[in-house]
Design a protein around this ligand. Sequence first.
Ligand SMILES: Cc1cc2nc3c(=O)[nH]c(=O)nc-3n(C[C@H](O)[C@H](O)[C@H](O)COP(=O)(O)OP(=O)(O)OC[C@H]3O[C@@H](n4cnc5c(N)ncnc54)[C@H](O)[C@@H]3O)c2cc1C
Length: 408
Amino acid sequence: MSSSEQAVRPEMPVSTDVEFMLDGRSPDAVLEPASEQEALESLAWATRNGHAVVPVGGATHWQFGNLLRAEKWAALCTCKLAGIVDYSAEDMVVTARPGTTLAELQAVLAQQRQFLPLTSPLPQVATIGGIVATNRQGRLRAAFGAPRDRLLGARIATSSGKVIRGGGRVVKNVAGYDLCKLFAGSQGTLGLLTEITLKTNPMPEEQRSISFLATSLAHGCAGALRLQHDQLDPAGSILRSGDKPVLSLLLLGSKTSVDWQEKRIAETLTGLGLVRSETGSGHEDWSEPPLPAIAPAAFRLQARPTECGALSECLLRHCGTLSVVPAAGIVEGVLAEGSDEDVLHAVQEIASTPLSGGYLTWQKLPASVKHQIDSMGPKRDDFELLRGVKHTMDPAGMFSPGRGLGGI
Ligand SMILES: Cc1cc2nc3c(=O)[nH]c(=O)nc-3n(C[C@H](O)[C@H](O)[C@H](O)COP(=O)(O)OP(=O)(O)OC[C@H]3O[C@@H](n4cnc5c(N)ncnc54)[C@H](O)[C@@H]3O)c2cc1C
């Protein structure tokens, strides 16, 4: 028996909780470690009791993934594993425990006029562990990249009862393979992130949102791509479906540069037939809305930016709402309500959309449809490598078995 197993306390927090339902199944236990050592004890407890473990932060994106393949499972909640460990404003580097919410982190950084360019929905609830494990980024992606691009280091508790460390607390931190990046987007299938180091950004002097009405999604995409071509790239962009699709742009920088950019963008887009709408300011418009609870299914498609216009026009007929981040090649759709049969039919049609090099993932699917469709999209050429990584990092298959791509 390992030292961490001997240390398991009889009062290990174990309960059942319907809040943590996954595809209609409630967990057999909920574990809430308050330190890295307690996280290792929780994993040892799960090993001894034959439970699979699914990490959970704010549960805002927890339903994303294939069906869990385990008889007994525990939700490993990071709510008590929270707080900032270290923040060096001069070096623009922050280290936090995984259960720290995005809002909490932004509030601390704002005191030093810094921020993390991440736009998770429900920032008061979404945790930095979940954000890194999901590696999802939407509206600001073209300018700031994904959470992976901000990740400098991490500590991870593994199913073998050890803590591994990748990267560090400095910007130039890696010689050789950058191990911690492997956990960005791992969706809780490889291990539990127990500490995360990220690089921060300076807060711009001026932030301004401007909007334009397009005649169609393809028209709006063409406008956004022209801005890219003319090197007028806004920091954020989003095109939303509607009677008249709205292209919203976020401008960041000094007041002089934002004034200049706004003028040039307005000239370019009105020249292409888009019509100026209202002007706003700030980040508040830029946090992603959460998925509506009644939405039966939602997808995210990553494609070539030049294909987004045609793809969005074609997919719109299946959707209640659809949005595009043209510069990053992201098309996201929320399916309209319908009978189970209608939803399955729409899902199958969307899944068969021909793509030249892109891929499709399902952010939400009814459990009945998850039996028939891989939420993570079709297996790609690197699938065997992915399986090898899973086997190396989690040989016991304890972390979220079945939930990853191809059911790994
Ligand atoms: C409509 C919509 C739009 C979104 N847009 C964005 C966006 O633009 N930018 C963005 O950053 N995110 C976006 N997200 C993703 C998401 O909200 C967050 O990025 C993140 O998942 C929230 O964290 P959480 O604490 O709620 O994670 P949870 O929902 O609790 O967990 C998400 C995943 O991470 C795993 N996980 C959680 N904590 C850990 C940990 N400590 N160690 C290992 N694995 C862990 C879980 O097992 C699960 O697979 C979007 C989600 C939705 C539904």
